[in-house]
Design a protein around this ligand. Structure first.
Ligand code: FE2
Length: 189
């Protein structure tokens, strides 16, 4: 069984300084949110630390992984560029570190969320967007809302993401839309 220090070293060896530092900040934010919302602190920290551990794999590595695990080749399409690293990480964390099912799910969908997310997944999604190193229009409101109403904070994040992508003539992944629709229909004050 790996402990968090060993996992840190392992993640460190696979990432640039830039992304490793982001991962540490996501871990820190996830811990704060976990304490605030009484979620499992250890799980939130571990997911925050590892969520991007496959983001710097080369295209060739991604292709090999897809083949080895018999995953959909569609994951290699450009529109899934932001999705594939979560899918691969979700498999690796289970194989290597023995992460539980709820942890692998939170990591798999950390970029877009998914409908009916559990609290762990919500925390990992949000911590990735609002960690203290990030800076983009609307983030201060997201940070405030994150500690008031986590569902509303995620709705705001997704809407901001959609707006930002529109400006660049891009669209959000379908799963992001599905998450937004679900939360809008199921979130109350
Ligand atoms: Fe991230």
């Amino acid at each position: 069984m790996w402990n968090i220090e060993e996992i840190k070293k392992d993640v460190r060896s696979n990432l640039s300084d830039y992304r490793y530092n982001h991962s540490l900040r996501v871990m820190e934010e996830a811990e704060k949110l976990a304490r605030h919302y009484h979620c499992n602190v250890e799980k939130c920290k571990l997911c925050g630390l590892t969520h991007d551990m496959c983001k710097e794999l080369r295209d060739k590595d991604n292709e090999e992984f897809i083949k080895k695990y018999n995953l959909s080749k569609e994951l290699l399409n450009p529109e899934n560029k932001n999705i594939i690293h979560g899918v691969i990480a979700s498999i690796l964390v289970k194989e290597k570190y023995n992460f539980t099912e709820d942890m692998t799910l939170a990591i798999k969908y950390h970029t877009t969320g998914y409908p009916n997310m559990d609290l762990l997944a919500k925390i990992v999604y949000l911590a990735d967007k609002i960690e203290k190193g990030k800076n983009y229009p609307g983030i201060e409101e997201e940070r405030l809302l994150a500690y008031q109403n986590i569902d509303k904070a995620i709705i705001l994040c997704l809407n901001n993401q959609i707006k930002h992508l529109k400006e660049k003539n891009k669209v959000i992944n379908k799963m992001g839309y599905d998450t937004l629709k679900f939360l809008e229909q199921n979130t109350t004050d």
